[in-house]
Write a protein that binds this ligand. Structure first.
Ligand SMILES: NC(=O)c1ccc[n+]([C@@H]2O[C@H](COP(=O)([O-])OP(=O)(O)OC[C@H]3O[C@@H](n4cnc5c(N)ncnc54)[C@H](O)[C@@H]3O)[C@@H](O)[C@H]2O)c1
Length: 317
């Protein structure tokens, strides 16, 4: 029997970077939250501050195995998200996306829960159109080093839509673009965390290629707000919906900004571009704006300030 009258929400991958922020926000909204994680890249430390809350529970569980828990809503975030982590065990990465989706969709079907999938801009691969809107089918290499992640996420989307069409499941698919903020892993090889850590340690900042490739970065608070709006949206909005920032700039510009904001003496060195690294990525946010009234509000400077402060404390720098 339910102990509380509030919504019970499962967050898979709840001990990861985005998951921990989401758990915190859901608890603040009065939800009962079950964080399901196998601690592959996430840590107990990420959710330690939530453990005293009686509405919060952590379950050590691998989503590639079935789970039987009552819930009203499921956010499916479990999956290593940075190339160093998802390429370490590519078979497990695909299994996490595909078997994980099957298991969580099966659970949602049994308990009649609404379920949201954390998909990714990587489903667009190396896009031939810019910006990418949700109708673009993508340009993905099925057998490259990024394929375990990209194709796993694409297959998960397929499963979500087939469960929706076949079983009438209430689904929500969000394609998340690069997101950053406090709580990121210091060694995950993602560009914002890597540049900040290198700058704070006074090491040279490593840019892959000539630094002209562009990215857009969304601050974590904005993204979590978007995920919650999507979950709360009308049942006819199933997605996929892009979420990210449209403010696009080059890796060289980011490196210079981080050096200036940290007051670092770091230099900049260039390394060869990794295989299949997309040259350009930027979301078309029309759908999110029109249907959810959502767009990022936190400026890059403000977001970087918070993130740099977090890493300063973490590294004691
Ligand atoms: N952060 C981004 O920029 C970004 C961009 C696009 C998509 N996403 C998606 O958002 C989700 C969360 O990303 P993140 O940045 O927080 O990554 P993260 O690596 O910090 O978090 C992923 C979490 O999933 C857990 N996990 C991995 N495999 C699991 C398994 N088999 N069973 C249970 N738990 C498992 C990890 O331990 C970790 O806590 C991922 O699905 C990712 O693909 C993130």
């Amino acid at each position: 029997m339910r102990e509380y009258g509030n919504r019970r929400v499962i967050v898979t991958g709840g001990a990861g970077f985005l998951g921990a922020h989401l758990c915190r926000r859901l608890l603040a909204d009065g939800c009962e939250v079950i964080c399901v994680d196998n601690f592959y890249t996430g840590t107990r430390g990420n959710v330690r501050h939530l453990l005293e809350n009686p509405m919060f529970e952590v379950l050590r569980h691998d989503v590639t195995f079935p789970l039987y828990v009552e819930a009203d809503e499921i956010y499916n975030l479990a999956c290593p998200a940075s190339p160093v982590h998802y390429q370490y065990d590519p078979v497990q990465t695909t299994k996490t996306s595909v078997h994980g989706a099957i298991n969580m969709l099966g659970l949602a079907k049994r308990v009649k829960a609404k379920i949201l999938q954390a998909s990714t801009s990587e489903v667009y691969g190396n896009p031939s159109v810019n910006p990418q809107s949700e109708v673009y089918w993508g340009n993905v290499n099925p057998i490259g080093p990024r394929s375990c992640y990209d194709e796993g996420k694409r297959c998960a989307e397929t499963l979500f839509f087939d469960y929706h069409h076949q079983n009438g499941l209430r689904i929500k698919v969000v394609r998340i673009f690069n997101t950053y903020g406090p709580g990121m892993h210091p060694n995950d090889g993602r560009v914002v965390s890597t540049f900040i850590v290198q700058a704070l340690r006074g090491e040279d900042i490593t840019i892959f290629g000539d630094g002209s490739q562009t990215r857009s970065f969304c601050y974590v608070d904005d993204l979590i707000d978007g995920l919650q709006r999507m979950m709360a949206s009308a049942d006819d909005l199933v997605g996929p919906v892009n979420m990210g920032s449209t403010y696009e700039f080059s890796m060289a510009e980011l490196a210079e900004k981080v050096i200036a904001m940290t007051g670092s003496r770091s230099g900049i060195v260039h390394r060869p571009l990794p295989e299949d690294d997309p040259v350009q990525r930027r979301p078309d946010l029309t759908l999110a704006r029109e249907r959810l009234g959502w767009e990022p509000t936190v400026s890059l400077d403000t977001g970087l300030e918070h993130t740099i402060a977090y890493f300063r404390e973490l590294l004691g720098a």
